[in-house]
Design a protein around this ligand. Structure first.
Ligand SMILES: [Fe+2]
Ligand SMILES: [Fe+2]
Length: 138
């Protein structure tokens, strides 16, 4: 069972409807993957769920980087590096599955989900969106 802090909820909304929607979709995918591990999912099923997640993550990061750049967010360079780290971790997660290593897959996935929620959404994007909102308000 996932804890509330590991699930989507209003505490994760940052006030940008498009970004919030994508965060919710990706968080939902991560939750689904985590619940698949506890079931009897085959490696093929897990790979089938992880591949689209990887694509969603990539698209989400590209969209965010373009928005943050357009808005003149000064930390965009650092933010891009952080995005790259999540993609690297997602790639390692997929790699564990390809190597049939479920133990490593599970720990990579838990790490990725935790960082996605606690760092990506609640720290890194929150800072960027607060910056943008401060620019926009008179
Ligand atoms: Fe994000
Ligand atoms: Fe981000």
């Amino acid at each position: 069972m996932l804890k509330d802090s590991e699930r989507w909820g209003p505490q994760l909304e940052l006030g940008d409807p498009q970004i919030d929607k994508e965060h919710q979709q990706i968080t939902g995918q991560l939750e689904r993957l985590r619940s698949l591990i506890t079931g009897e999912a085959t490696i093929e099923t897990l790979i089938g769920s992880l591949a689209p997640l990887f694509e969603q993550l990539t698209a989400h990061f590209v969209a965010e980087e373009s928005l943050f750049e357009t808005q003149g967010y000064p930390e965009v360079g650092q933010h891009k590096k952080e995005h790259q780290e999540y993609l690297d971790q997602a790639r390692m997660t997929l790699e564990s599955l390809n190597q049939n290593d479920l133990g490593s897959f599970q720990s990579q996935l838990v790490q990725l989900s935790d960082r996605w929620l606690q760092e990506h959404i609640l720290v890194e994007d929150k800072l960027a969106i607060s910056f943008i909102n401060a620019q926009e308000s008179p």
